[in-house]
Design a protein around this ligand. Structure first.
Ligand SMILES: [Zn+2]
Length: 299
């Protein structure tokens, strides 16, 4: 594993951008430029190893020029590390994301959910997605809804089933067309039957925003300044299956008296390398895979 820093900043022109990059000694091997003519801005993105001396040179230059920048610290894993992890968190990359969820008719049993925010609700219907948005899934074999329901094409579902993975089940997926027709898609929703206990507080890279003050189970967000390192206590993973979901839910939630207008928080899906291999072999790009860390302490 290596940790990289991604630094993104705007410049007025390509030549301004070049000047900064040249001063910091950053060539095309570590920098990209996105010339957004309509904004009259060139967005520069530099990716460097955390230990690379050019990181501090670049920060110094940007500070000197009074620039604001975005900064993300990320771990990059080798294939061997991913393939030998105890479990992997599936973080959607948004490369294949389709509108879907309660607004399109998905239903949930709220009897064991948080009464204030609905987190922990149990899905009781098939998955429903926006029929006008189907192009988002085209040329992909897996993706997610905006509320992180994991979708796989039928072939991938069969391959996943054939692994004999535990904790795995599937639901049908329907598109709601503009004329309200329901069209069954050749896709399946991958569902996790098991919810893991809470992560260890040693987890980094997750912040909280607008968390529900009743259950404190949602409002998790990915923060930029520390790499996302998800930690579990070894004793909490004894019941882990091949497919699980996290107790923690991303984003906030709003329960509306008209359930269709509600916003539900979304858990992450966490799987074993056996499950990831099927996605990897199918060339799926819809997720980045984050190996979870296991500690033996009671922290
Ligand atoms: Zn709640």
């Amino acid at each position: 594993m290596r940790t990289v820093v991604r630094i993104r900043f705007p410049e007025k022109s390509v030549s301004d951008a070049r000047a900064v990059l040249d001063s910091a000694g950053c060539g095309a091997d570590v920098a990209t430029m996105d010339d957004v003519a309509v904004l009259r801005r060139v967005f520069v993105e530099v990716t460097l190893d955390k230990a690379d001396p050019r990181v501090s040179v670049l920060f110094h230059l940007l500070k000197q020029q009074g620039k604001e920048w975005g900064e993300w610290h990320e771990d990059r894993y080798t294939e061997e590390e991913l393939d030998s992890a105890r479990l992997l968190l599936m973080n959607p990359t948004r490369s294949a994301e389709i509108n879907g969820g309660v607004h399109w008719g998905m239903t949930y049993d709220l009897s064991e959910a948080c009464p204030a925010c609905g987190t922990g609700a149990r899905q009781t219907s098939a998955a429903f997605v926006d029929g006008e948005d189907l192009g988002e899934l085209q040329e992909h074999r897996a993706g997610v809804t905006t509320f992180w329901h994991v979708l796989v094409d039928e072939g991938l579902a069969t391959d996943l089933e054939n692994t004999g993975a535990s904790g795995l089940s599937f639901r049908n997926v329907y598109a709601i067309m503009p004329d309200k027709r329901q069209v069954k898609l050749r896709w399946k929703q991958l569902c996790a039957d098991n919810t893991l206990p809470r992560m260890s507080p040693l987890t980094t890279g997750l912040g909280r925003q607008r968390a529900c003050e009743v259950c404190w189970r949602n409002g998790y967000v990915v923060t930029a300044k520390a790499p996302g390192r998800v930690v579990y206590r070894a004793s909490d993973l004894r019941g882990a299956l091949d497919v699980n979901q996290t107790w923690e839910n991303m984003w906030f939630a709003i329960l509306d008296p008209d359930f269709k207008e509600s916003v539900l928080s979304r858990p992450w899906t966490i799987v074993t390398p056996k499950v990831r291999r099927v996605f990897r072999d199918a060339g799926v790009t819809a997720f980045e895979w984050l190996p979870i860390r296991v500690v033996d302490t009671d922290e």
